[in-house]
Ligand binder design. Structure first.
Ligand code: SAH
Length: 356
């Protein structure tokens, strides 16, 4: 094993004696090199890695296999775990968490259990600057990007609370992941290598940021890539998503095609269904035309209500008609079942003013 972290743009500055960079998010090699700088033998790196990522240590003081004197000397080194501020269980078993970060900011995380899986929906930013009209997060504005340990912490928090291994992680909580690409990619690598969740079980979802889709592609991750399309033409998309004014649908789709070329992986398109607005048969036809011959998949998300706007969720009959219209045009399509709706934990319902 090499003691020097491999240098890549996603690696953090090497941990140093006295540094305040939290330990969470560091690889085994980085932790090993750090313990050695502290005058400890290399094997303590492996122990530290285990205590951080498997045993959920929140302070070095808890790591009872370490010499008492060193634990006390190094006790001020931050691990990077959040505090649980609020927890709400929906009737379907979905749990929404409000987590307090070291600087006092609050973020939301959702744990979604199914028969075979435990999915965590993580936030990548405090708030979000994109201001999509149908989304609660955007209504509260943007505060800051999350650091990678603050993303990894969300996965560990849900895993510990459910006392069950997390199987999937989706970057569909608060924030726009491609505006925080370095930390998101760093978190993906750590969730994969340190927590041990396969990259194919991770999903990055974006509304699309000019030039960033290619940057993501160049990391050659094996993750699922999802794009929030939500409209079948530019005019409609601009009405729902202000940033679409600066990123024409054609260019976005071109960038998605390039993503497929670079990574060899398909793109998943998310399409929120808003009654009478984008759920008519002609919208299905228009959407199918854009996606013809494209290695892709459409995931329909029936609108989850938020208080500020009066969009309507289509009836099941309308939803089914939209599905059939896409299928007839040979588009691979699925419907996302809303989870946690009763506790405002479903897609687009996350905001920081709950539970206070
Ligand atoms: N910023 C990223 C990820 C966060 S949102 C993105 O836009 O993809 C995750 C998904 O939930 C996105 O597809 C988003 O458009 C969708 N969403 C937002 N508000 C919603 C609402 N009220 N009902 C249903 N889905 C919503």
């Amino acid at each position: 094993m090499s003691l020097t972290p491999v240098s890549s743009p996603v690696n953090r500055p090497q941990l140093q004696e006295g540094a305040t960079t939290p330990l969470l998010g560091s690889s085994l090699a980085e932790l090993t090199s750090w313990v050695q700088q502290q005058g400890q033998p290399a094997y303590r790196g492996k122990q530290l890695h285990q205590w951080l990522y498997q045993k959920g240590a929140r302070s070095l003081l808890e790591i009872t296999v370490f010499p008492k004197q060193w634990r006390e000397d190094a006790a001020a080194v931050p691990i990077g775990r959040s505090q649980l501020h609020y927890r709400s269980v929906a009737p379907d078993g979905t749990i929404k968490y409000l987590l307090r970060l070291a600087d006092g900011n609050l973020i939301e995380t959702v744990g979604i259990p199914t028969a075979k899986r435990l999915t965590v929906c993580v936030s990548s930013q405090v708030g979000c600057p994109m201001a999509c009209d149908f989304c609660a997060t955007g209504k509260g504005g943007f505060i800051r990007n999350l650091q990678r340990h603050e993303i990894i912490d969300q996965v560990l928090t849900v895993q510990e609370d459910f006392q069950q291994r997390v199987s999937n992680v989706v970057f569909m909580g608060m924030g726009e992941p491609l505006l925080n690409l370095t930390e998101v990619v760093g978190a993906v690598k750590s969730i994969n290598e340190d927590i041990g969740i396969g990259q194919r079980s991770l999903t990055i979802s974006t509304v699309g940021i000019p030039n960033r889709i290619r940057q993501l592609a160049e990391y050659q991750l094996q993750v699922t890539f999802a794009v929030s399309l939500h409209a079948s033409n530019q005019q409609l998309r601009e009405k729902l998503i202000p940033s679409a004014h600066h990123y024409p649908l054609e260019t976005l789709l071109e960038d998605c095609r390039e993503y497929v070329q670079i990574t060899g992986r398909r793109v998943s398109f998310e399409y929120i269904l808003l009654a009478e607005l984008n759920d008519l048969p002609e919208h299905a036809t228009e959407l199918a035309e854009h996606l013809r011959g494209f290695q892709s998949h459409v995931n329909l998300i029936p609108y989850n209500p938020i208080s500020e706007v009066d969009y309507q969720r289509p009836s099941d009959r309308r939803i089914q008609a939209f599905v059939e219209a896409l299928k007839e045009q040979h588009i691979a399509v699925s419907i996302r079942r809303s989870r946690g709706l009763e506790r405002d934990a479903a897609c687009g319902q996350l905001r920081v003013n709950q539970g206070e």
